[in-house]
Design a protein around this ligand. Structure first.
Ligand code: UD1
Length: 391
């Protein structure tokens, strides 16, 4: 393997990146295993077994070659540790290119470390913008896109955003950081959802999830993890008051796989009375974070999805489920345009009204995330870049 002609270093760290990287690892293994050596660097941003390791097993991702074990911390300290560790690995491995996913602090650290060493960056999920620079992810996306040589956008909106920032889809090879290539390729998460959908239901049957004996179409799936919701007491109280009232007044169960950040903040930020009601509720089923297979099964069979996660918004769309988004804006505006999702922010009345509105609606889900072969399309472009004599 060490003798492969090219090496690509993938930086992963947070749960959604581990999932996205599975599609690329699969495409490399299936089509370029003799030519490309993939080196996986895990920053250790997510470290709990059910936030990290479980995904490697389920999604058949090779074990990371490096784990920096950076763990939690303030954004600056966490990112700084990652930059230092990634730089050392890059100096040691001298890869032909670095693959970065999405918009987390691990993405930002990879972008800074690789660009300073003049190693080309290939950014998967480029061009997405919330136009809210208060989100750490928005800064991470902008920095990473502007340090990249190849930018792979999953959507039309992503391409339009990049063009507004001065990028062009007309640039010609050879691509460099100053003459980057911009491509609309579809979404690697859609690749994975299609690829694993059947296997997921076989290996993680709905009835067996967390011993809850869930029935298809009879529950709402909810996830909450953004710091803008978990760390803001008034927003967190509004969301949970609405969830309790929907479950009790409308008589529908709510399944809530809880991110560790949210688990910590519930006790701290919910009003005492509300906290007690939530914890003792028979209708709100709080569980450990779900595995990818469990999540797919839960999404596929839900009545509706409620979330502040970008990834869960999309997966809900892939499986044709209406979705309430606990944010004031979204990067996935095509989902809003389809009418199957509503931005309800952390507003009690909007959440209550949105639930009724989407339940009564016959939603449509046009195919806007590609054809399930985004990873293959990405790897074709990357390979052209690697073999380019001008690289
Ligand atoms: C990160 C990403 C976010 C992504 C999310 C997916 C950034 C800025 N944010 O947010 O874009 O949507 O991952 O989950 O990179 N924790 C644990 N165990 C873990 C991981 C986290 O207990 O395995 C706790 C820690 O207290 C930590 C907190 O969760 O401080 C937040 O984790 P962090 O990785 O900083 O951000 P996320 O909220 O997970």
């Amino acid at each position: 393997m060490k003798n492969s002609m090219y090496s690509l270093l993938s930086v992963i760290g947070a749960r959604p990146q581990i999932i996205k990287s599975a599609a690329i690892s699969r495409a490399i293994k299936n089509n370029y295993s003799g030519a490309v050596r993939e080196i996986i660097l895990h920053t250790g941003q997510h470290y709990d077994q059910n936030m990290s390791e479980i995904f490697f097993n389920e999604l058949q991702i090779p074990k990371p070659n490096y784990n920096l074990n950076v763990g939690s911390g303030n954004h600056g300290a966490q990112t700084a540790k990652m930059i230092k560790g990634i730089e050392e690995v890059l100096l040691n491995e001298a890869p032909s290119g670095v693959i970065l996913y999405g918009d987390t602090n691990s993405t930002l650290a990879g972008a800074i470390a690789a660009s300073k060493l003049h190693i080309p960056i290939f950014h998967i999920e480029a061009g997405l913008r919330s136009f809210n620079k208060g989100m750490p992810e928005e800064i991470n996306r902008i920095v990473c896109d502007h340090a990249s040589t190849l930018l792979f956008s999953p959507t039309d909106a992503g391409i339009r955003n990049l063009i507004k920032e001065g990028f062009s889809t007309e640039n010609e090879e050879p691509y460099t950081i100053d003459n980057p290539g911009v491509f609309h390729v579809g979404d690697v998460m859609y690749d994975n959802s299609l690829y694993f959908a059947t296997l997921a239901e076989e290996q993680a049957p709905l009835k067996e999830y967390a011993g809850l004996n869930l029935q298809p179409g009879c529950y709402i799936l909810a996830t909450i993890h953004r710091d803008s919701n978990t760390d803001n007491s008034s927003r967190l109280n509004n969301i949970f008051r609405a969830l309790l009232d929907i479950s009790e007044k409308k008589g529908v169960d709510i399944v809530l796989p809880l991110h560790p950040r949210t688990a910590k903040m519930l006790n701290q930020n919910l009003e005492t009375g509300l906290y007690k009601r939530v914890i003792s509720s028979q209708m709100i089923k709080i569980t450990q974070p779900a595995s990818f297979f469990e999540m797919i099964t839960l999404e596929k069979n839900a009545l509706m999805v409620m979330t502040d996660s970008g990834g869960v918004q999309k997966e809900s769309y892939f499986f044709k489920k209406p979705c309430l988004i606990f944010r004031p804006e979204t990067e996935w505006i095509e989902i809003l345009d389809s009418g199957s999702a509503l931005l309800v922010d952390a507003d009690y009345d909007s959440i209550m009204d949105g639930y009724v509105q989407l339940l009564e609606k016959n939603c449509e889900y046009p195919q806007i995330f590609g054809d399930g072969r985004a990873a293959e399309a990405i790897m074709e472009v990357i390979m052209r870049q690697l073999v380019s004599p001008f690289r």
